[in-house]
Design a protein around this ligand. Structure first.
Ligand code: SF4
Length: 496
């Protein structure tokens, strides 16, 4: 590997860094230690020991430092974090480890994938307008993604992806890679959306939109809010209008009001009537009431019908988070006049807020593991794909569960908050480096053409390699199955 005595060539990614003794390569993951190419970080092993919960144990350097008695193989899972890469996987994965669980011999193939086909899906719990669908999302001025279809109570972003990593300028690729790396490692990133908002986003934290931290996720759309609270408003009010960018609800026209025997109060709101008591497009999207652009709720009232409305009519206008609310009483001219909100009404408004969940940012990492990475697992890559699809092989990222998309390939998606901290790295191609593990029975591993001659015992690995122990996250499903034999059981089930 060394073409000069003091230089080693790193072949862990296509950059092929030439590394002088005592120095590291471009990604800082590999270095030249006394003339040998060395993965500098320890490989991370997660353990299900109660006494380790909540604290990190310093890594041991292997080769004699490790007290093998500390390792309980049945309670240990070797993750891909720090394991190294073998791109383009012309040789077996860095770690192929055996362990025994409930009398079943298991194998975990452990590696770090180099993902240029990878992206992030961000779910931002807010109904505030952050930008038009398809608008460019920028980081440091570079486009790194776009606004995609909003979901229930949340705005969605699609970030990263191969087009921004490698299909644009070098700067666009590097900024995209660093943005993704920061978010995957649970850091905060500032983003700006064309014709939209500025955002600070971080996995598991509340979003900051135009400098204001979002506290509440809406309880539902305006129609849903009517449905939830109609009974509590009945008798206290003659009309309630729940302002929402999606569906604005009008209590007395709504099915929930009809069910309570209420008759339409004659207050007509703007917008397009969808079904009784449910109105679309009462205003433009914005950062005002209920994700609309309005700050004066009365501006969405088109007219008051004198045939139905009456002086003294009690009207509540409220947003879907309860953060904005106004109480009005119609005067003799049927004009809504602001009045002090009765205590009983205020309590129901507060209950809307109480029913809102905290607004959070969710970051899902999505990547394709169906390419050459598979060749590090088996000599016949398509068999790994089939084994995953048949649920014979369980895929995890740093021990975190993944969703495997249907269809071709092994396209995975995982919540970055369920991985240990700083689980991701990068290479300057640019691409993200992420841990990935494939766990199956030894029998299945042999059947899919795995490198059975390279299987090492977990105890052997901890004795020879730098290993860092971290507590297993108890909310992650144990990759070997709760009974240690679920994969075997699954196999039998498939066969029958
Ligand atoms: S960028 Fe990192 S992985 Fe790639 S060749 Fe250089 S040191 Fe090795």
């Amino acid at each position: 590997m060394a073409d000069k005595p003091d230089i080693v060539v790193c072949d862990a990614c296509p950059v092929l860094c030439r590394i002088r003794e005592g120095r590291t390569g471009a990604c800082d993951r590999y270095g030249n230690v006394e003339g040998a190419l060395t993965r500098l970080d320890p490989v991370v092993m997660a353990q299900r020991t109660a006494e380790d919960q909540g604290k990190m144990v310093p890594f041991l350097s292997g080769a004699g430092d490790w007290d093998g008695n500390l390792v309980q193989p049945s309670e240990s899972f070797l993750t891909g974090i720090g394991s190294g890469t073998t791109y383009p996987d012309y040789k077996p994965a860095p770690f192929i480890v055996s362990s025994r669980h409930q009398d079943v011999d298991m194998v975990t193939v452990v590696t770090e994938g180099i993902f240029s086909y990878c992206g992030l899906k961000l779910k931002i719990d807010t109904d505030r307008f952050i930008g038009p669908e398809q608008a460019a999302v920028r980081c440091e001025g570079e486009q790194v993604g776009h606004v995609t279809t909003a979901e229930y109570g949340s705005q969605m972003l699609a970030l990263g992806g191969v087009r921004h990593l490698t299909g644009g300028s070098k700067k666009e690729g590097n900024v995209t890679c660093q943005m993704m790396l920061t978010l995957c490692n649970k850091g905060a990133v500032d983003l700006a959306i064309d014709e939209g908002a500025s955002l600070t986003v971080q996995a598991g934290k509340s979003p900051v939109i135009n400098g204001v931290r979002e506290e509440r996720m809406r309880v539902g759309c305006g129609s849903a809010t009517i449905g939830m609270f109609a009974k509590q408003w009945h008798g206290l009010l003659d009309e309630v209008i729940v302002v929402d960018d999606h569906i604005t609800g009008v209590l007395t026209e709504h099915q929930a009001g009809r069910f309570l025997g209420m008759t339409p109060a004659g207050i007509r709101v703007r917008g397009r009537r969808s079904t009784p008591g449910r109105y679309f497009q009462v205003a433009e999207p914005g950062t005002g009431w209920g994700g609309t652009d309005i700050s004066d709720p009365l501006s969405i009232i088109e007219r008051v019908d004198s045939k139905s409305a009456f002086p003294g009519l009690r009207l509540l206008m409220v947003s879907t988070t309860g953060e904005d609310a106004g109480y009005f009483v119609l005067d003799d001219d049927l004009t809504p006049v602001p009045a002090e909100m009765p205590e009983a009404v205020r309590l129901v408004v507060e209950r809307i807020g109480e029913n809102c969940e905290p607004a959070l940012v969710s970051v899902l990492f999505m990547a394709g593991a169906g390419g050459s990475l598979r060749a590090g697992v088996t000599e016949n890559p398509v068999r790994l794909t089939r084994s995953v699809k048949q649920s014979l092989t369980r895929v995890t990222c740093g021990g975190a569960p993944v969703y495997v998309w249907p269809g071709g390939g092994i396209t995975i998606m995982t919540d970055v908050t369920r991985l240990p901290d700083n689980a991701f790295g990068y290479v300057p191609t640019p691409a993200l480096v992420g841990p990935i593990e494939f766990t199956m029975t030894q029998q299945d591993y042999a059947a899919l053409g795995g490198y059975t001659g390279d299987i090492r015992d977990l105890i052997e690995v901890t004795g020879e390699d730098k290993v860092q122990v971290t507590p297993w996250r108890p909310d992650n499903p144990w990759p070997f199955g709760d009974d240690g034999a679920s994969l075997q059981a699954t196999k039998k089930g498939e066969a029958s």
